[in-house]
Design a protein around this ligand. Structure first.
Ligand code: GUE
Length: 297
């Protein structure tokens, strides 16, 4: 039986981070300053703390300035909006990321809408969602842009391919669908109410799974040879009692013998998210300083 190619997202991300670091060095030589990324964390969620720490480390490794704001969990929405406005006005800040999810007393949409669209390296502001939808330059959310890079690296030209995106979130599903439309795919967005999901997935040359349900998409749902991008990061009990491990939204072991190529979890899409965040921050800095954006980013 054939075995799918395993798409090495960690390796691709390492290469992208290297290209970003070169671009950062050139930017520093031209402008006399380093790009700055501000990351705001409200509260003490352990998973969010881990992500924020690894973002800070990657930012510094790329030669950029990392500005971290850690706020106590009881912080009010007004306090957070005031901080975002300060960061909007700070010329040393090229990118702003407010780690999600936020505590219940804070309206995420209000915070996202307050971030200057031209510093919104997450691409979550409605202005950037609109720009993506109508084909203007802006910032594209990091995870779907990372997925698209892996797809193009694996398949080359995507035009005419049937793509099924499973999940319709603002952060992954919807922007992913927009990007695939831009690449001239025929795009279907499936979700929890989709009738007969297995038969919808069966049509797809490209499957992007972003539902957040461990191993939901089974191997026998796939079209033989399909390219599968697994965005899911689900923590499940490991075989060893008391331990956990990460699995995706796709039943990876089953998919291996059907798919043409598939991303693993971990070391697939996850590392791309951080690499694209650095890329978006460098692009932001270049646009703000009217410096040419390096090619091949
Ligand atoms: N404003 C905002 N922007 C985000 O981009 C954002 C966010 N909030 N909130 C949380 C999610 C999650 N996220 C990930 C980043 C890297 C990995 C990653 O590097 N994962 C590795 C390791 C995972 C591990 O070992 O825990 C992997 O999949 O191989 C995963 C998930 C960014 N997020």
């Amino acid at each position: 039986m054939s075995q799918a190619k395993i798409i090495d997202g960690a390796a691709f991300a390492a290469g992208l981070r290297g290209r970003v670091a070169e671009g950062v060095a050139a930017f520093r030589a031209k402008t006399g300053r380093a790009p700055g990324l501000a990351v705001v964390l409200v509260g003490e969620d352990p998973a969010s703390q881990v992500y924020v720490r690894s973002k800070g480390k990657a930012t510094i490794e790329a030669g950029m300035v990392s500005i971290e704001h850690k706020l106590p969990p009881e912080k009010t929405q007004d306090d957070l909006l005031a901080l975002v406005r300060e960061l909007n006005a700070d010329p040393a800040v090229d990118g702003i990321l407010v780690q999600l999810p936020l505590p219940a007393q804070i309206n995420e949409n209000a915070v996202i809408a307050t971030i200057d669209p031209d510093k919104d390296v997450d691409g979550f502001n409605p202005v950037n969602a609109g720009r993506l939808a109508i084909g203007l330059h802006g910032f594209v959310p990091c995870t779907p842009l990372g997925c698209l890079m892996l797809l193009k690296d694996t398949l080359g030209d995507l035009s005419g391919l049937d793509a099924v995106v499973v999940g319709r979130s603002n952060i992954v599903g919807k922007p992913m669908a927009q990007l695939l439309i831009r690449e001239s795919c025929t795009v279907t967005v499936a979700h929890s109410r989709t009738k007969d999901l297995p038969s919808v997935v069966k049509r797809a040359d490209i499957v992007v799974a972003a539902v957040g349900r461990p191993r939901m998409i089974k191997g026998d749902w796939l079209k033989p040879g399909a390219t599968v991008i697994d965005v899911g990061i689900n923590r499940v009990p490991a075989d060893e009692p008391g331990k956990t491990r990460l699995v995706g939204d796709v039943a990876f072991d089953e998919a291996l013998s059907v798919a043409g190529a598939i991303t693993p979890v971990p070391k697939g899409v996850g590392p791309m998210t951080i690499a694209v965040l650095l890329r978006n921050t460098l692009v932001s800095a270049c646009r703000r300083e009217h410096v040419a954006v390096p090619e091949g980013l």
